[in-house]
Design a binder for this molecule. Structure first.
Ligand SMILES: NC(=O)c1ccc[n+]([C@@H]2O[C@H](COP(=O)([O-])OP(=O)(O)OC[C@H]3O[C@@H](n4cnc5c(N)ncnc54)[C@H](OP(=O)(O)O)[C@@H]3O)[C@@H](O)[C@H]2O)c1
Length: 162
């Protein structure tokens, strides 16, 4: 595997979710996520998989759980992040797509973050770790104002480990 990348959308207060759901409806971000991940492996926690509710098409779906008897149609089930990454050894790219528990374990293993910063604070129960400039350097960004379909301002960016 050449690259392990986190893909995440984070509010100004580092919030990423509440009650096992996203905090916003931003179709532009869903499209961005699809563009980045299509054709590749996506690795997620069992709760995030439950929140999405189905395997995402045109991607190899890998779900991490501590359960030993979980079977999911259209997804590969593993018992650790390490096992998930091993399954991706021959993949060109693997994307870690959440949620909070998986991001916390994966962040030190990733060399790149495809970040969407949503310029708003939200009440939440799931958070992303603080991203510090000493570890991460921004190599690309694109700012977007709110529009009819996307209620909040947001910035797409790519961060690389220094
Ligand atoms: N904003 C974003 O970009 C974004 C992206 C993804 C998710 N989210 C949000 O994040 C929230 C979900 O995050 P979360 O932290 O509650 O759940 P999660 O990280 O999606 O999944 C947690 C589950 O993963 C399994 N797991 C975690 N670590 C493991 C390990 N070391 N070994 C084996 N299994 C392990 C366990 O499954 P079992 O309980 O089955 O054992 C655990 O309950 C939701 O609100 C979701 O909408 C936001």
């Amino acid at each position: 595997m050449h690259q392990t990348t986190i893909v995440v959308a984070i509010a100004e207060n580092n919030a990423i979710g509440k009650n096992n759901q996203l905090l916003w409806h931003l179709p532009a971000d869903l499209k961005h996520f699809k563009n980045i991940t299509s054709g590749h492996a996506i690795i997620m926690g069992r709760k995030t998989y439950g929140s999405i509710g189905k395997p995402l098409p045109n991607r190899r779906n890998i779900v991490i759980t501590r359960q030993t008897d979980l079977n999911l149609d259209g997804a590969e089930v593993v018992n650790s992040l390490d096992e998930a990454l091993k399954l991706c050894q021959n993949e060109e790219k693997a994307f870690i797509i959440g949620g909070a528990e998986i991001y916390r374990q994966a962040i030190s293993l990733c060399d790149k973050i495809e970040l969407t910063r949503v310029h708003q604070e939200f009440d939440a129960d799931a958070f992303f770790p603080e991203l510090d400039n000493e570890t991460w350097v921004e190599i690309w960004k694109e700012d977007h104002l709110p529009d009819e379909k996307n209620k909040f301002a947001y910035t797409f960016s790519t961060l690389e480990r220094r």
